[in-house]
Design a protein around this ligand. Structure first.
Ligand code: ATP
Ligand code: MG
Length: 429
């Protein structure tokens, strides 16, 4: 790695318009206790960057020279977590402050795989060593709210002003050590609207290939951060331009309107404080693949076992994707339910209508149907029917369901000419 001088520029946080009033009181408490115990302690990473940008930090991370064990002993309500890195979580009710111990930049002696990807780098270091092992310059700023000072070893302040994402050290090597940094670059680009330094784009193709070596569980964490942070539409647009999109989502068709609408919808939900789940996004990303697999299975079973065809298609589609990005089991069940319910929502067989309305995943399945309808993949009248049915009082619901069985109603429905896309989607199910 290029050696940058390990002398920090110390800036007054006040002069940078960062007020300590904006620091989370729990994080402040962690800093105070660590300092009283004789340790160094700073806020670091995204929270400092976001405070400098006058944005609301998502969480407040602390870096210290205390080891996780020492942190653990200092705070009663704390525990050690982490597979790759051991860190301490200090709990204040529902708020968790992550406390990580200063680490060294890779020395070249770490355990690496055949492609140079570091498998373990858990070697503790000093404050300046910690600064150089971080990913982007804008993420390597240390804020001490007691002293009202910000330490900058790598030109992060300048890059924030220039709105530029630059890897610390040599981009080729930093991406080779950890190809996930490429995904993180896109995430921060989407979130902050910063420009990627050209050294990152130059080495993006190689890093994309090496993402295959990253454990699927770690990619699930990054996937969730990227698409459930309130900037999914931007992130997806950027992802689509890069070869990593094919590496991560080989079964997702490029330029899918359904996917774009789902990303926009996710951002809206998050902005409104409504829940958004990784399962819903996976259901969208794999929808075409699932439909194709369902069609193939149904043909193979000669239309006899529709449920079986569904089970096979859902399993196969999810299994292939989960080899790349792990999906915890409960989310996989969620996806399977949402897919299965689509058929019931489309068919509207009276015995299934009530069951569907009471199903715990009905709301998600209905949201999914709305998106499909918005994307022109399913008749809009169908979505409108379900909107009405779930809001209707019981006697009106009964009447709506009874009307589905009436022969005249059937005829009317047959006469409605679904547009081509809706018909194609219906055939897929
Ligand atoms: P956000 O506010 O969106 O959470 P963040 O910068 O805090 O952004 P995190 O994923 O929470 O991102 O990581 C915290 C910090 O840890 C980063 O700011 C960075 O300094 C460091 N970091 C995280 N991942 C890596 C990595 N793969 N390589 C080097 N440093 C990393
Ligand atoms: Mg963070």
């Amino acid at each position: 790695m290029k050696t940058e001088t390990a002398v920090a520029t110390k800036l007054s946080s006040k002069s940078l318009k960062v007020s300590r009033e904006r620091v989370d009181p729990n994080a402040f408490d962690v800093l105070t206790k660590l300092k009283h115990a004789g340790f160094q302690a700073f806020l670091v990473g995204g929270c400092v960057r976001d405070l400098l940008l006058d944005a609301a930090p998502k969480d407040f991370d602390v870096a210290t020279n205390a080891t996780p064990e020492q942190v653990r002993r200092l705070f009663q309500r704390s525990r050690m977590v982490g597979r790759r890195f051991k860190i301490a979580h200090v709990r204040y009710g529902r708020n968790i402050i992550e406390v990580s111990t200063f680490r060294k930049a890779p020395s070249g002696n770490e355990k690496v795989n055949g492609n140079g990807v570091i498998l373990r780098d858990n070697v503790y270091g000093t404050l300046d060593e910690d600064a150089f092992r971080r990913d982007f310059t804008v993420n390597a700023l240390y804020y001490d709210p007691h002293e009202e000072a910000i330490l900058d070893y790598v030109g992060g302040i300048q890059d924030i002003k220039k709105r530029r994402l630059r890897l610390i050290g040599e981009a080729r090597q930093r991406l080779a050590e950890d190809p996930v940094r490429l995904l993180r670059a896109l995430r921060f680009q989407a979130k902050l609207g910063f420009n990627l330094d050209k050294t990152i784009t130059e080495h993006a193709a190689a890093a994309s290939m090496h993402l295959q070596d990253i454990p699927a569980a770690r990619l699930f964490d990054e996937f969730s951060k990227m698409l459930l942070g309130g900037y999914a539409a931007n992130a997806w647009r950027l992802l689509q331009r890069m070869p990593i999109c094919r590496t991560l989502f080989p079964a997702t068709p490029p330029d899918s309107l359904l996917v774009r609408l789902a990303m926009e919808n996710t951002d809206r939900r998050i902005a409104q404080g409504r829940p958004a789940t990784p399962g819903f996004l996976l259901a969208v990303l794999l929808w075409d693949d699932y439909c194709a697999k369902f069609k193939a299975s149904a043909a193979h079973l000669r239309g006899k076992g529709t449920s079986e065809a569904h089970a096979i298609a859902a399993h196969d589609s999810l299994a292939a994707q989960r080899r790349i990005i792990a999906l915890p089991r409960r989310h996989a069940y969620f996806v399977t339910d949402v897919w299965r319910l689509q058929r019931h929502l489309e068919e509207r067989r009276s015995k299934h209508v009530r069951k569907a309305l009471c199903h715990p995943k009905f709301r998600a399945a209905y949201d999914f149907l709305l998106l499909r309808s918005e994307a022109g993949l399913v008749d809009q009248h169908l979505a409108a029917w379900w909107t009405e049915a779930q809001q209707a009082p019981p006697h009106q619901q009964d009447a709506m369901i009874a009307a589905l069985n009436a022969p005249r109603q059937r005829k009317v429905r047959k006469q409605q000419r679904p547009d081509r896309e809706a018909r194609a989607a219906a055939e897929n199910l």
